[in-house]
Design a protein around this ligand. Structure first.
Ligand SMILES: *[C@@H]1O[C@H](CO)[C@@H](O)[C@H](O)[C@H]1NC(C)=O
Ligand SMILES: *[C@@H]1O[C@H](CO)[C@@H](O)[C@H](O)[C@H]1NC(C)=O
Ligand SMILES: *[C@@H]1O[C@H](CO)[C@@H](O)[C@H](O)[C@H]1NC(C)=O
Ligand SMILES: *[C@@H]1O[C@H](CO)[C@@H](O)[C@H](O)[C@H]1NC(C)=O
Ligand SMILES: *[C@@H]1O[C@H](CO)[C@@H](O)[C@H](O)[C@H]1NC(C)=O
Ligand SMILES: *[C@@H]1O[C@H](CO)[C@@H](O)[C@H](O)[C@H]1NC(C)=O
Ligand SMILES: [Ca+2]
Length: 409
């Protein structure tokens, strides 16, 4: 299946430029082509790795393309007397760029030709319409990463509505310039892939349809070492701001001494956002901040055992802080995190009056350190989630969901 067609040679001031198209069916990357620059009556001396009789120049070039190490070829026609039909001797060379640039190894040789292949992304215009070219060194093939609305191997085809390019329940219409998405409220972007007010558009989201004890995401053994400080951050969107009870978005409970309550919790709507560490039945700390709209918001709570210092950030900005919240306390390891409920026992004891909903949550993460203001601002603005000190992270909750809708972008 290899040699498909050999396009006509183009002669230009002794410089021969021709193209070879190869079809190699390998996984998803299919048809690739390579171009050769050729010098006639020339030969490169001293870098031959392989020499063999070949049916012609094209076959010689083909062999070079099939060997990852091959950087150029010498081809010499067999003497005319033997009715050669283009047959000749093929030499595959291996060298670095300087061997050719310096010209000292290139020698005159009547009837020979020296060819250098341009592989993959070296071919200009290998990806059209602003697509990025990615070269696979191992397979010697390239692929294109197209810019919407373009698609296809070389980004030369337009995407149509048939392939459902519009996300998040948008309406799609085909036009001369490709598809056009009309976004549902709360979404934007060429494909309605972006969510208003939420930088973390590419993470999964979980939707709580209503406030019920049946809806949550859970992770046991969420914290692997005792904490003397932490930061917990999350993105949350309320749907009904008229709900008048506690809306606990995050809780962490551990068995020792926590018959009622949590080692950590973050609850909205009490009426302000309330945070707590080691609550043991005591009420929490009023942050003085409330969420009274249905937009996406980013929340971070930091705590430190020293002085019991805490900070509360909303949408990347410090809103309130204080001291004396469980000074010198250690948060024990080995407990369970529940998103969307307050825990009255470890991993259970849920009450509707404390449960979150209706609304959405995404990117709930906990660090075993106090993040800086700039770390938190970057998370809010660019979804830049630092890995340093990350204790439990969002992907880990995917398998622990119950009674909620998981929306993948
Ligand atoms: C998508 O739109 C349809 C029609 O407007 C609506 O019935 C459906 O509930 C929407 N789905 C989502 C997930 O919003
Ligand atoms: C997409 O549709 C909207 C609304 O019909 C229109 O205003 C806009 O110009 C269209 N965009 C393109 C690129 O066709
Ligand atoms: C919330 O209450 C306001 C005023 O009482 C009302 O106008 C609004 O429709 C209510 N919203 C919902 C979602 O029930
Ligand atoms: C929402 O709360 C803020 C204070 O956090 C307040 O300034 C604003 O007026 C409130 N908006 C509504 C609609 O209640
Ligand atoms: C609270 O914030 C203020 C203003 O940024 C700062 O001066 C103060 O040190 C902070 N206190 C604590 C306990 O973080
Ligand atoms: C972790 O905390 C528990 C409970 O407070 C305590 O018993 C244990 O000794 C602590 N472990 C370490 C390594 O500090
Ligand atoms: Ca409770």
């Amino acid at each position: 299946m290899e040699p498909v067609n050999a396009p006509p040679f183009v002669l230009f001031r002794g410089l021969l430029l021709y193209a070879i198209f190869i079809t190699a069916l390998e996984s998803s990357t299919v048809s690739r082509s390579a171009y050769f620059t050729t010098l006639t009556n020339k030969q490169l001396k001293g870098f031959v790795v392989k020499r063999f009789e070949s049916l012609g120049q094209i076959w010689c070039s083909q062999s070079c393309l099939k060997n990852a190490w091959c950087t150029s070829t010498n081809f010499k026609l067999a003497p005319k007397i033997a009715k050669s039909d283009g047959k000749g001797t093929c030499e595959l060379n291996k060298h670095d760029g300087s061997a050719v640039k310096e010209n000292m190894f290139l020698q005159f040789e009547e009837g020979a030709s020296f060819s250098v292949p341009l592989k993959g992304c070296q071919i200009t215009d290998s990806c059209k319409n602003g697509g990025a070219c990615l070269y696979d060194e191992k397979k010697q093939t390239y692929s294109c990463k197209c810019k919407p609305p373009w698609t296809g191997e070389t980004c030369a085809e337009l995407v149509t509505c048939d392939s459902h390019p519009c996300k998040n329940n948008a309406t799609c219409t085909d036009g001369v310039d490709g598809y056009n998405c009309s976004c549902a409220p709360g979404f934007y972007g060429t494909q309605c892939e972006k969510i208003e007010g939420l930088s973390c558009s590419s993470a999964y989201r979980i939707i709580f349809k209503q406030s019920t004890t049946e809806s949550y995401a859970i992770k046991a053994n969420a914290i692997s070492s005792n904490l003397t400080e932490f930061t917990v951050c999350l993105f949350v969107k309320r749907k009904d701001i008229n709900s008048s009870h506690y809306q606990c978005v995050y809780s962490y409970a551990e068995a020792s001494g926590y018959d009622i309550g949590n080692a950590i919790y973050v609850c909205l709507n009490t009426p302000n956002i309330e945070i707590n560490v080691d609550n043991r039945g005591y009420s929490g700390t009023n942050t003085g901040v409330k969420i009274n709209d249905t937009m996406w918001h980013h929340i971070c709570v930091t705590w430190r055992s020293t002085n019991g210092a805490w900070q509360f950030y909303l949408d990347g900005q410090l809103q309130s802080n204080g001291t004396g919240l469980k000074e010198n306390h250690q948060i024990p390891a080995g407990g369970t995190v529940v998103i969307g409920q307050d825990q009255d026992t470890v991993g259970g004891g849920f009450q509707t009056a404390d449960s979150f909903g209706p609304g959405e949550v995404t990117e709930v993460n906990l660090w075993s350190r106090v993040l800086s203001a700039s770390d938190i601002a970057a998370q809010y603005a660019n979804c830049h989630i630092t890995k340093v000190g990350l204790m439990h992270w969002w992907e880990q909750f995917k398998d622990g969901v119950s009674g909620v809708t998981v929306v993948k972008p």
